[in-house]
Design a protein. Structure first.
Length: 594
């Protein structure tokens, strides 16, 4: 029933050409319209019924009424309608931002250089367009491409995360507890090694047993305190970051929400927050305690067997190089995984919103194919990341195995050379002083064997922590969102107090409901034309009005200026004599309604 009256001439022509005369060409079509040009296109030989005042005044073909223009409309009106359609097509590139503003409310994605037909925008129910990165369309596109950081995760991200943990002295206490736990672990192992070399009488003395249990007790206290304090600090950092970012999100301007789809926002507050809450604390604790264990093991082995210091330096350099190569790829793959996940959430969101439409048009297969394509893109990034992770783990195993072999062979060779040098009286006998105690050497070999998996796990977890910090990085990005213009309570109170003095009778604001637009100029974006150009009018108290206009006339822009959904460039909007820009947004929006 007159479906073309709600769209402009260009969109109407596109609907007629592509829908009525295109996709529905082989069907029976019943169209109610008052546009004669459409009638001429639709049924040059078809049936035409002319209604007037609810009565059928003609029933035939178009040719029958060609010579009876009084049944339709005056010829000059017809020619004027066709002329307007031609002019609109010629000046299509001069579409004002009013059109875009109203179309934004309908979920359309327009360009400042070219306006796409409405049916193309409505297809967002079926797909989340990923053409945002195209340079030509992005100049005036409403939906902005999601940004992705490149390079290493800056230390600023770690400092910001640490600053939300709490006071610096609490973090220092946690670090001391971690170091103390590792020292107690090494001392208890060394004490146990020496204890095993004592005779039976010394081993059973209460003092010997008591010293060992005291070391174990301190180890338990330090370990539990370290873990508890670390998780408490991470939980505090997660809560603080979430609350900060959420407050920033609630104060973001409307144009930011129009430029960022819901799926993208949900991705940050679901997956990224989940990684920050769950994976960063566990991975961070693993990195801290495993790094201290590896460092303690290396220092202990170097003390009991100094020979391993020589090959340790190049092996450490190889490990650092491998980690750098791994991080260079895995970090970007993790970021790509985060960006590729946003279209997946958007696809689910749009599918749920348009579920009735999908079922009505039997587009289940199309929707499934689009979802599978989006899922494949995300899986490609995730699977590649896992393959790179395995590549890194295998090479770390090789490096640790070489270190184990050098340590074991070096310890045995040094002992044998020292014994032979002592028997032969050569300088090799001096190596006996460097040879370690057999018990401590055995303990060092045990630590080295354990370090095979521990070192790989530490290196992988440290790289994984860096990768997980990309989620923290993405969350911190939302802490720098543009904010709506705010007014302090003191400034607002000063404005309201000054306004009361001008009233004949003191009353709380708002009192009468006098709304005045004074030469208002509104622009939605800096690089686009104005949506309102010097609009001025006033509304008397208790007056009911209606705003009538075509699509793009600026109806929505008036509401945006009234509620300060977009800040005006010039002029003023006053309510009972108070400029709306001098009020807090909470006060303004809670005091008026439409």
């Amino acid at each position: 029933d007159d479906p073309l009256s709600a769209v402009d001439a260009n969109v109407a022509r596109h609907l007629v050409a592509e829908a009525l005369l295109g996709a529905l060409a082989d069907t029976t079509r019943i169209l109610v319209t008052h546009q004669v040009s459409v009638v001429a296109q639709m049924c040059p030989q078809g049936r035409l019924v002319v209604l007037n005042d609810g009565c059928v005044v003609h029933d035939g073909v178009l040719g029958d009424v060609a010579h009876m223009p009084h049944l339709l409309m005056r010829g000059d009106v017809v020619r004027e309608s066709e002329k307007e359609a031609q002019l609109e097509e010629i000046h299509l590139h001069e579409i004002s931002l009013d059109d875009m503003a109203d179309n934004e409310d309908d979920g359309n994605n327009n360009s400042s250089e070219q306006q796409k037909p409405a049916y193309e925008h409505s297809c967002s129910v079926l797909k989340d367009t990923n053409e945002e990165g195209q340079e030509e369309a992005s100049k005036g596109a409403i939906i902005e491409a999601e940004t992705r950081q490149t390079g290493t995760v800056s230390w600023g991200v770690f400092r910001t995360y640490a600053s939300h943990m709490g006071p610096w002295w609490v973090i220092c206490v946690m670090c001391l507890l971690a170091v103390g736990a590792q020292v107690m672990l090494i001392l208890s192992g060394a004490y146990l090694s020496q204890w095993s070399q004592l005779d039976n009488e010394q081993q059973t003395q209460p003092a010997t047993i008591g010293h060992y249990w005291l070391l174990v007790l301190f180890l338990l206290i330090f370990s539990v305190s370290r873990a508890h304090l670390f998780f408490a600090l991470c939980l505090r950092a997660s809560q603080s970051l979430h609350n900060t970012v959420f407050a920033k999100l609630l104060s973001a301007p409307m144009r930011w929400f129009e430029a960022n789809p819901t799926g993208r926002i949900l991705n940050r507050f679901s997956k990224d927050v989940s990684l920050m809450d769950d994976m960063v604390p566990y991975t961070g604790l693993d990195v801290m305690q495993c790094s201290l264990r590896v460092l303690g093991t290396v220092v202990f082995v170097c003390v009991v067997n100094p020979v391993v210091v020589v090959p340790l330096i190049p092996l450490a350099a190889v490990c650092v190089w491998l980690r750098r190569v791994y991080l260079r790829s895995s970090r970007e793959l993790r970021r790509l995984d985060g960006v590729a996940r946003s279209p997946l959430y958007s696809q689910l969101t749009t599918t749920l919103h348009g579920l009735a439409t999908l079922r009505a048009f039997e587009l289940h297969d199309d929707s499934r194919c689009q979802f599978e394509a989006t899922q494949d893109m995300h899986n490609s990034a995730y699977w590649t990341y896992k393959q790179v992770e395995r590549w890194f783990g295998f090479r770390l195993d090789v490096v640790v195995s070489v270190f184990q072999a050098i340590t074991a062979i070096g310890a045995v060779a040094m002992r044998q050379l020292a014994v032979r040098g002592r028997e032969e009286g050569t300088w090799l006998g001096g190596l006996e002083k460097m040879a370690a105690d057999p018990g401590l050497l055995g303990l060092g070999l045990v630590y080295i064997i354990q370090m095979a998996s521990l070192f790989q796990w530490t290196a992988r977890q440290s790289a994984e922590l860096t990768n997980f910090m990309t989620s923290v990085e993405r969350i911190i990005e939302y802490a720098r969102l543009p904010q709506e213009r705010q007014v302090t309570p003191a400034e607002e109170q000063t404005t309201l107090t000054r306004a009361k003095k001008t009233l004949p009778h003191p009353s709380p604001w708002p009192s009468d409901g006098v709304v005045a637009f004074n030469d208002v100029v509104l622009r939605y974006r800096d690089h686009m034309p104005t949506a309102l150009k010097g609009v001025s009018f006033s509304l008397r108290p208790r007056e009911k009005i209606g705003i009538v206009g075509r699509s793009g006339a600026g109806k929505t822009s008036l509401i945006a200026a009234l509620f300060r959904l977009s800040e005006i460039e010039g002029g003023s909007v006053t309510i009972d004599g108070v400029d709306s820009r001098s009020l807090r947004l909470r006060t303004l929006r809670s005091s008026i309604s439409i």
